[in-house]
Ligand binder design. Structure first.
Ligand SMILES: Cc1cc2nc3c(=O)[nH]c(=O)nc-3n(C[C@H](O)[C@H](O)[C@H](O)COP(=O)(O)OP(=O)(O)OC[C@H]3O[C@@H](n4cnc5c(N)ncnc54)[C@H](O)[C@@H]3O)c2cc1C
Length: 564
């Protein structure tokens, strides 16, 4: 049976950074991913990564912007760590070989991003995630003697010893269908977010909340799950993201009357207010009949105001996306966009070293909630979160591993339970609903009731629908009955993970009876610090989600009214 000091599930930016840090600290490390590492969703990140590296900038300013962006729900100790360590991390990336864009003086160039009080986003055109991920993967290969890679292995559950400590995982080799138990002194979940719970979403098909659900099922608390980010600029039909970098370069948002409507809700920051504010403003224009495009369901993003040469150089990927997916040359005409699901601020609750309350279990990146984003994430703060807390988790787990022996536990029962569950899915009679049908209904329903605007009635409908879909999913059938690359059966398992994520999102949204950050309740339209300046934590109690609260950590910035 494979055994490692530190076993990382997920090979996006958080996982790869954790692996390198743990290996450099002397641990024996393994990294597992259900897809080839460079196909992890971090590859899609476009606009850039925030760090106060300009001589005129200061990490305190970055931290304040982040606290304000979070609508004061972010934990300020974690935010201070992220922002103060950001410049060193970005420089480290550069030294490893990331070709950040440079200005005419040869210095690292920085672009404007939403909610930031100055230009502090380092970037590689609009393919920043790809550039970072490939450089980290080169480093992983360089450390091949200390980092074992399990590529195209799908984790089905976490192993725990009799004391409840995390002691490894059960996984399936996607290529052959073989099941295996892996023991580990520490497991770091770096499985990414859960965007596929919504339809449409900017997130790829693999972003199905696996890590969140596995941790939840093992007894770990989830935090801030109600906070779901809608990105203001997604293509109307497909939901494909048009990076915030476009507005950072100066693009305008226009309604059907040709008005820059952001003047009404964010007269100072205009299009560069935080994402929750811009998405709400767009949705109001659409709802009140000032939308554009088919059915008035969109808003114009006008990139033609950016010099064409600059667009072709700094936004070349979205020039291609515009042509390929909307038939629009964004350098010559506005493109129609709308708000779309993009990111989840919630996840597995951790401390500032990535530790969850389950001993031996860590989480980092979008799967985790150290709550640096609180109620709303600022653009270009997620890549930073993955790297800072990925590194810190890797270092902490390596140090913990140095002081303990390899767990000894009998893994047979759980290995067989997971294998039998997969065989049972494959053998299901074809008389229920298809997995894909249930997934579509779930996504469309979440996009209707748990979106930019929410209310009690809609959220209760969502909860009832999720309960029905959960039952149906337990009988849902698939086509592929084979073992080699059976993505169909993995899709059925992922559906179960997504339903857990949807349920905890809706339970949190029902619980929070106020409007803060990405949660806007039309029946409770005000922020209410007196009652709701606290995190909502959700744990699994038997079969049901159980709600509790935890305090928000405030170090130096007291809550105030948020204006942009
Ligand atoms: C289109 C787009 C553009 C974005 N642009 C930016 C940007 O410019 N700046 C910014 O800061 N943020 C951006 N973001 C957000 C940011 O990219 C993500 O939040 C971040 O990359 C997530 O990284 P991660 O390492 O946590 O997870 P991911 O990169 O999603 O990696 C998850 C890993 O977990 C593995 N995994 C999952 N489940 C299992 C399982 N069951 N078994 C085994 N392996 C599993 C996957 O294979 C993968 O390797 C963007 C997001 C999108 C969707």
């Amino acid at each position: 049976m494979p055994a490692h000091d530190v076993l990382i599930i997920g090979a996006g930016l958080a996982g790869q950074r954790a692996a390198l840090a743990a290996a450099q600290a002397g641990a024996s490390v393994a990294i597992m991913s259900k897809v080839h590492p460079v196909r992890s969703h971090s590859v899609a990140a476009a606009g850039g990564i925030n760090a106060a590296i300009s001589v005129d900038d200061d990490w305190h300013s970055h931290a304040y912007d982040t606290v304000k962006g979070s609508d004061f729900l972010g934990d300020q100790d974690a935010i201070e760590i992220m922002c103060s360590e950001a410049p060193g991390e970005v420089m480290h990336l550069e030294h490893m070989g990331v070709t950040f864009h440079r200005n005419e003086k040869g210095e690292m160039d920085l672009r404007a991003f939403g909610g930031a009080s100055m230009k502090r986003t380092a970037y590689v055109a609009d393919i920043t995630g790809q550039a970072l991920l490939h450089v980290l993967y080169e480093q992983l290969m360089k450390h091949h003697e200390t980092v074992e890679r399990y590529e195209e292995w799908f984790t089905t559950s976490l192993l725990q010893d009799e004391q409840g400590r995390c002691a490894g995982v059960i996984a399936r080799d996607v290529r052959s269908g073989r099941m295996e138990a892996f023991t580990a002194k520490n497991v770091i979940l770096a499985c990414g977010g859960a965007g596929q719970v919504y339809k449409p979403t900017t997130n790829g098909l693999i972003v199905t909340g696996d890590g969140i659900a596995m941790a939840y099922r093992a007894g770990a608390p989830l935090m801030d799950m109600e906070m779901v980010q809608y990105h203001p600029t997604c293509l109307v039909e497909t939901g494909i993201l048009i990076t915030e970098g476009a507005r950072g370069e100066g693009a305008h948002l226009l309604n059907a009357n040709g008005e820059r409507f952001m003047e009404k809700s964010a007269p100072n920051k205009m299009e560069l207010a935080s994402r929750d504010v811009v998405s709400r403003a767009e949705q109001i224009e659409i709802n009140e009949g000032r939308g554009v495009g088919p059915g008035g369901r969109g808003i114009y993003l006008d990139v033609t105001v950016v010099p064409r040469k600059r667009t072709l150089e700094a936004l070349r990927e979205i020039v291609n996306l515009g042509k390929d997916f909307a038939g629009v040359d964004i350098t010559r005409e506005p493109i129609t966009i709308r708000p779309g699901q993009h990111y989840i601020m919630g996840g597995v609750k951790t401390d500032i070293d990535g530790q969850t309350p389950i001993e031996g279990l860590y989480a980092a990146g979008e799967v985790a909630c150290v709550s640096v984003h609180g109620g709303n994430r600022l653009g270009a703060n997620s890549l930073l979160d993955t790297l800072i807390f990925g590194r810190r988790s890797g270092e902490h787990a390596a140090a913990r591993a140095a002081n303990m022996t390899m767990p000894e536990l009998d893994t047979h029962a759980q290995l067989h339970r997971d294998a039998d569950a997969i065989d049972a899915i494959i053998a299901r009679p074809r008389d229920g609903r298809r997995v894909s049908e249930i997934k579509n209904e779930l996504g469309e329903m979440m996009n209707k009731y748990a979106a930019v605007f929410r209310d009690e009635q809609g959220l209760q409908t969502a909860r009832e629908t999720i309960a029905r879909l959960k039952e149906e999913s337990e009988k849902a059938w698939i086509d592929d009955r084979g073992t080699v690359f059976n993505q169909d059966v993995l899709g059925a398992i992922e559906l179960g993970y997504m339903i857990d994520c949807a349920e905890t999102t809706v339970v949190g949204a029902i619980e929070r009876k106020e409007s803060r950050g990405a949660q806007y309740r039309t029946d409770f339209p005000e922020r209410n610090d007196e009652e709701w300046l606290k995190h909502i934590d959700i744990t699994l109690d038997g079969e049901q989600p159980k709600v509790s609260y935890s305090p928000v950590t405030i170090t130096q910035w007291q809550p105030e009214e948020r204006k942009y």
